[in-house]
Design a protein around this ligand. Structure first.
Ligand SMILES: [Zn+2]
Length: 244
């Protein structure tokens, strides 16, 4: 007969959904991976404290291995009030949605967690949260082994590259099938991929709508259709910049 077990998990709330029967289903991402747990209203856990982006420490209980955990106690260590600003909120939400798709339950990747944590902190505090989010998305794809292949045509190896194909997995030359992009945007994406987080922040990134467009195609194809991505692009692009 199996006995119940307690567990402590710390990390950032990357998803928090209200349940029809009351309480919340929260997803926490931390150095030990991703954990889903139910926070029931009867427990002494404030729902408000398990909000998206909160840094929390949860005590969890599972009756049997493989059961969905229940939160028995929860402490919010840090909240992120500036992430409530619309543009920052949309970008923070995108990082949370992306890591929710990339991370597996109980599969620790401390390096990936550090990238995610730095990215979210930067989206909250940096004067250019969009740039921080672009770098973080590129770095998280790299950590997951899903980075697009750039520099040479992903299909035939030729240079120069003048397009991008999500299906082929990277940049494309004029002879191979791909969506056309400016050489500058392709160079910027490659530079982002090569740069450290800190160096990436120094890149000017003049072709951001194209960078988002390539990343969106790549994420759609290789990860999932991320709902917050459309929202990010709506929030960031001025109405005049939208295709009519
Ligand atoms: Zn080619």
């Amino acid at each position: 007969m199996a006995f119940g077990r307690y567990q402590v998990r710390s990390g950032i709330v990357i998803n928090s959904r209200r349940l029809a029967e009351g309480g919340r289903l929260v997803t926490v991402y931390g150095p030990e991976g991703k954990t889903n747990a139910i926070a029931r209203p009867a427990r002494k856990v404030s729902g408000a404290r398990l909000e998206l982006f909160s840094q929390v420490e949860l005590q969890l209980y599972r009756r049997r291995a493989g059961d969905l955990a229940s939160v028995t106690q929860g402490v919010a260590l840090e909240q992120h009030p500036r992430l409530a600003e619309p543009a920052r909120y949309a970008l923070g939400n995108l990082l949370c949605e992306l890591i929710d798709h990339l991370a597996q339950e109980e599969d620790p990747h401390p390096a990936t967690y550090r990238v995610f944590q730095s990215g979210l902190k930067g989206v909250e505090r940096h004067s250019d949260p969009e740039k921080v989010a672009l770098i973080t998305v590129v770095k998280l794809l790299g950590e997951a082994g899903l980075a697009p292949r750039l520099g040479r045509c992903v299909s035939c190896g030729q240079i120069p590259v003048v397009g991008f194909s999500a299906a082929a997995g990277g940049a494309t030359c004029a002879s191979c099938p791909g969506e056309p992009y400016s050489p500058r945007a392709l160079v910027e994406l490659a530079a982002l991929q090569r740069a450290t987080f800190r160096r990436g922040l120094e890149l000017p990134l003049a072709r951001r709508p194209e960078l988002w467009s390539m990343l969106a195609a790549h994420l759609d194809y290789h990860v999932a259709r991320l709902h917050s991505l459309g929202w990010v692009r709506e929030t960031l692009e001025p109405p005049a910049g939208r295709a009519s």
